[in-house]
Design a protein around this ligand. Structure first.
Ligand code: CTP
Length: 398
């Protein structure tokens, strides 16, 4: 819920501006008070009348508006909210923000504010990928600005790729996360997720059937309780959640490095299905069928990320949660695994094909801790994640 939260919504000039109208509605449904600001370019896409009618309040448009200045100066306006949200954030607006320009109402508010800022970019693929935009995103991130999206898809200009405005519900989730007052507020938690790919040659790899669904659900549930989530994911088939810091990796070695880089954290959830082995003699050329027989692959063991973090001594997260994918003797194997790895909890599940769990939307887990094994009923992966996140919040509060 966003009851009584004040959100200053800056609507930029892009075709996706119409989605800002839907966003106003959804934020109000959650009890938020939306103060709309429309840029000159934004007015080309949505009218001031529709914005103010939906918001139920006047829309701010001019830097030198005498009435507005007399009633509430732009400096005060920029600080009157709990969060400033820019939807859609155009390349131009982000450029101004990164440069500290203030030549219209929106850019002046963004420069004058002392409130957290969340931007939802939307622009043509090439514009998003242009080095200038890349630099601006980097600068804004370093300045503490949060991002939601863009996502990939077909765009109004007919091109395909990253640059689409995030879905409105994801923008709402990111706003809720920024304003969350949940029990994990301000706690940094890392989540690993998805499979890893271990190359055999440039076109082939070893992988597993993990979809990344349980890891993504964990990241969303922790985010919804207010945690600052670092989500380190292998090539999963589900989309990474919005409102979390996403680090994409391919191999176990890269995942291990990304985890090191994310430390310190108060808690770690290791939901990734990490490949136990990599091919040490992976070829840098595509392997060809040859008369000399079949290729011979040599394997080496990958770093055990969970074990390393669990046993790191100084700087160890307060709570380390592993997952155990088993196909038989689930409780016995997972109990032994908890001790072997040195983690605090193991969430064990039976992934034998008959259960339909791997790649499916449901999970039946056993939570193993120093208190023994607790069998949970079969439920959706989202419910498992929510309950686990609540248990983690309770454990971290002690
Ligand atoms: N894990 C990890 N790094 C690895 C292997 C596993 O961090 N190289 C983590 C997984 O993310 C999971 C837990 O360890 O949280 C258990 O993974 P699982 O594949 O069930 O266990 P393994 O260690 O691979 O043991 P085994 O293959 O013997 O079942």
């Amino acid at each position: 819920m966003l009851a009584d939260k004040r959100i200053l919504l800056i609507i930029g000039g892009g075709i996706a501006a119409y989605k800002a109208l839907d966003l106003i509605r959804r934020l109000q449904d959650r009890g938020a008070h939306v103060i709309p600001v429309l840029t000159r370019a934004g007015e080309q896409f949505v009218t001031p009348l529709s914005v103010s009618a939906l918001a139920g309040t006047a829309v701010h448009r001019d830097l030198f508006d005498l009435t507005s200045e007399a009633e509430m100066g732009h400096i005060q306006l920029s600080r009157s909210a709990d969060l400033v949200v820019v939807v859609p954030a155009t390349a131009d607006l982000m450029g101004k923000m990164a440069q500290g320009l203030a030549n219209d109402l929106a850019s002046t508010l963004l420069l004058a504010t002392d409130t957290p800022v969340l931007v939802a970019p939307a622009m043509n693929v090439r514009m998003w990928q242009h080095p200038a935009t890349r630099r601006n995103v980097e600068t804004l991130t370093a300045d503490g600005v949060s991002f939601v999206g863009p996502t990939e898809g077909r765009m109004a200009c007919g091109e395909f790729g990253p640059g689409r405005l995030a879905e409105v519900e994801d923008i709402v989730a990111a706003i809720s996360a920024k304003l969350s007052e949940g029990p994990l507020l301000g706690k940094r938690i890392l989540v690993t997720s998805g499979p890893t790919h271990e190359p055999i040659d440039p076109v082939r790899y070893i992988a597993n059937r993990s979809s990344g669904a349980q890891g993504a659900a964990m990241a969303r549930a922790l985010r919804d309780l207010g945690a600052e989530v670092v989500f380190i994911t292998g090539p999963a088939s589900v989309r990474p959640p919005e409102g979390v810091q996403v680090v994409m990796v391919e191999t176990a070695a890269q995942m291990s490095q990304a985890v090191e880089a994310a430390l310190p954290v108060v808690a770690g959830v290791f939901a990734a299905a990490v490949s136990d082995w990599r091919v040490v003699n992976a070829s840098d050329r595509k392997l060809k069928k040859s008369k000399d027989g079949l290729p011979v692959m040599q394997f080496a063991e990958n770093p055990d990320i969970l074990k390393r973090v669990s046993q790191m001594g100084k700087g160890r997260p307060q709570l380390v949660v592993g997952f155990a994918a088993e196909t038989n003797d689930v409780i016995e194997n997972a109990t032994a695994k908890r001790l072997r790895k040195g983690c605090d909890w193991i969430v064990a599940n039976d992934v034998s094909p008959a259960t339909g769990i791997m790649g499916g939307s449901e999970n039946a887990v056993v939570l193993i801790s120093d208190q023994g094994a607790e069998v949970w009923p079969r439920m959706s992966k989202d419910s498992v994640a929510r309950q686990l996140a609540e248990r983690m919040a309770a454990a971290l509060a002690q």
